[in-house]
Design a protein around this ligand. Structure first.
Ligand SMILES: [Zn+2]
Length: 164
């Protein structure tokens, strides 16, 4: 990889809402009648962040790195996967400048949990909470997210070369 000063990455994820699952978003357990379905804990925001980091380095995406056919990642804590990926970022010689994300959910309300998410994510990403943006939106009752069948997340990250 060329040693550019900056690298930018985008990440996207969606998970279906299902009965008998915990709802974990941004490493925070949110009280709700349903949770996100997936092989791991299905933390849609953390998965989007992971893909934005991998994208910034033009690496294989989260599905290739942590395949859902691999039992090691069954019910995996997504924060520990994020930690592994941030280690890779540092090994490549980069640190995170800032990160901007969206959580798109019709229900439940995300806003009350966002400060906690930032507190959980900041040490994992080596960032101050002021360098982490998490915005919550609804889908205005449109499509699968608007019909409360799924929750999605987007992430954009800017990496800067360590040492400038
Ligand atoms: Zn996912």
């Amino acid at each position: 990889m060329a040693e550019q000063k900056f690298r930018i990455g985008i990440g996207y994820d969606i998970h279906e809402l299902a009965e008998d699952r915990d709802l974990i978003i941004g490493g925070v357990k949110i009280p709700y009648e349903k949770g996100l379905l997936g092989h791991s804990d299905a933390d849609v925001l953390v998965h989007a962040i992971i893909d934005s980091l991998l994208g910034a380095l033009a690496m294989d995406d989260i599905g290739s790195l942590f395949p859902d056919t691999d039992d090691r990642f069954k019910n995996a804590n997504s924060l520990s996967l994020l930690k592994l990926v941030y280690d890779k970022v540092q090994q490549e010689g980069y640190w995170i400048n800032n990160i901007d994300t969206n959580i798109i959910a019709q229900e439940p309300k995300m806003m009350p949990y966002i400060p906690k998410m930032k507190t959980v994510l900041a040490p994992v990403l080596g960032l101050d909470i002021t360098d982490i943006s998490i915005k919550a939106k609804t889908k205005e009752y449109l499509d699968a997210v608007g019909k409360k069948l799924a929750i999605e997340a987007h992430s954009v990250v800017l990496l800067e070369r360590i040492g400038g």
